[in-house]
Design a protein around this ligand. Structure first.
Ligand code: CP3
Length: 343
């Protein structure tokens, strides 16, 4: 069985399985080359040929234990009828949504099959990647968490603290709840389709969970994740689900319990001893290496890796970063990481 799936299912391995968030991306010359040919970033996400190739690039180069589907969390707003663009060197741009737009999006999410049909090319990529991978390499599908996707839909772009969405949630909680509901429905359908097409596990990225107050976290992050997980497992019994509520810190173990996560992602601010004590091997622990350690390399990288390995000895552990690889990461440092962990 694949080492990653063994750990998700309850085992701890002497040498942890490895994959890295954003492992396919701009730090790889072969990605940059293919990206230049594809035209826009969304053209790349929506071409099964090219997206399959990009998903496989880091597996070929580094032999990671898991591939992650190449796509983006913002394909869901697009499938819900919103305009989504990626501006070169700047990032995503959407038309900021209002209460009337939210009513339309909720109706769209309730049209049976609509979102998944719209994302049929992404589901086809899942099928092709699974067919191309060796059996011991796991395939991870994903979606953005409703709160994180909502922040881009409301602000129309990335912001540093998600003030526009925090404010919207407080000023018009009914509309905000409808938006979250639409995203719960669409994400559940989308993850089920990925699992049925061959994904071995799925990860829910809540990159902006850390900016919420405790009550907003319960309403907009933990609650929706638990609803998605329950909805997915009602249709795909035993589905393996990884939660990544970045910045959730002291709420991490409650979050993992609420969604019955097989694993939770840990950003680099999380204290490993504390989270191990709190979760007692009920859930696998994934991540925690500061992406800047991977940029730095050398002794700092070795020390960062060694301290995680020491803290995780005997635990259900998946080696990963605390957030995505950044484009300036040297490939030699990724090679150093794989060598150090596998010995
Ligand atoms: O991890 C992987 O290798 C799989 C592919 C993947 C991408 N985005 C590809 C991508 C995944 C899992 C994501 C998730 C994603 N997308 C998140 C959640 C995780 C996180 O990083 O916090 C978020 C918030 C987004 C939204 C998004 N997409 C932003 C803000 C940006 C611009 C920032 C940037 O790095 O350029 C993107 C673009 C994006 N998504 C790129 C890639 C490889 C770069 C686009 C390019 O190649 O031009």
């Amino acid at each position: 069985m694949s080492p990653l799936l063994a750990v998700l299912d309850g085992e701890s391995l002497a040498s942890p399985p490895i994959w890295l968030m954003r492992q396919a991306g701009r730090y790889l010359p072969e990605y940059r080359e293919l990206r230049a040919k594809a035209g826009s970033f969304l053209d790349l996400c929506f071409s099964p040929d090219l997206a399959t190739e990009v998903t496989l690039q880091p597996i070929r180069r580094f032999g990671f234990d898991a591939a992650i589907l190449f796509s983006d969390i913002l394909v869901i707003p697009k499938a819900l009828g919103r305009d989504v663009r990626f501006v070169e060197g700047e990032g995503p741009r959407l038309d900021p949504i209002d209460a009337a737009g939210i009513v339309e999006v909720l109706a769209r999410s309730r049209e049976t099959g609509a979102v998944v049909n719209d994302l049929g090319v992404v589901i086809e990529t899942v099928r092709r990647v699974r067919a191309a991978l060796a059996p011991e390499t796991a395939l991870i599908g994903f979606c953005g968490a409703p709160w994180t996707v909502a922040t881009y839909m409301i602000a129309g772009r990335g912001t540093s603290d998600q003030a526009p969405s925090r404010r919207f949630g407080l000023a018009d909680p009914d509309s905000f709840a409808r938006l979250i509901e639409a995203l719960v429905i669409a994400s559940t359908d989308y993850l089920v389709a990925q699992l049925e097409a061959g994904a071995d596990a799925v990860q829910i990225f809540d990159s902006w969970a850390g900016v919420l107050s405790p009550s907003s976290f319960a309403n907009w992050s933990l609650g929706p994740a638990a609803r998605i997980a329950a909805g997915v497992r009602a249709r795909v019994p035993g589905a393996r689900i990884i939660g990544f509520p970045k910045g959730a810190d002291r709420a991490l173990s409650a979050y993992a319990a609420a969604m019955e996560a097989n694993a939770i992602g840990l950003d680099w601010t999380v204290d490993l001893e504390t989270i191990r004590r709190e979760t007692q091997n009920r859930v696998a622990l994934q991540g925690n290496l500061d992406p800047m350690a991977l940029v730095t390399g050398g002794a700092a990288l070795d020390a960062g890796i060694d301290s995680i390995l020491a803290a995780m000895e005997g635990a259900r552990h998946i080696f990963n970063l605390g957030h995505g690889i950044v484009p300036e990461t040297p490939i030699a440092h990724v090679e150093q990481l794989v060598r150090r962990i596998r010995g």
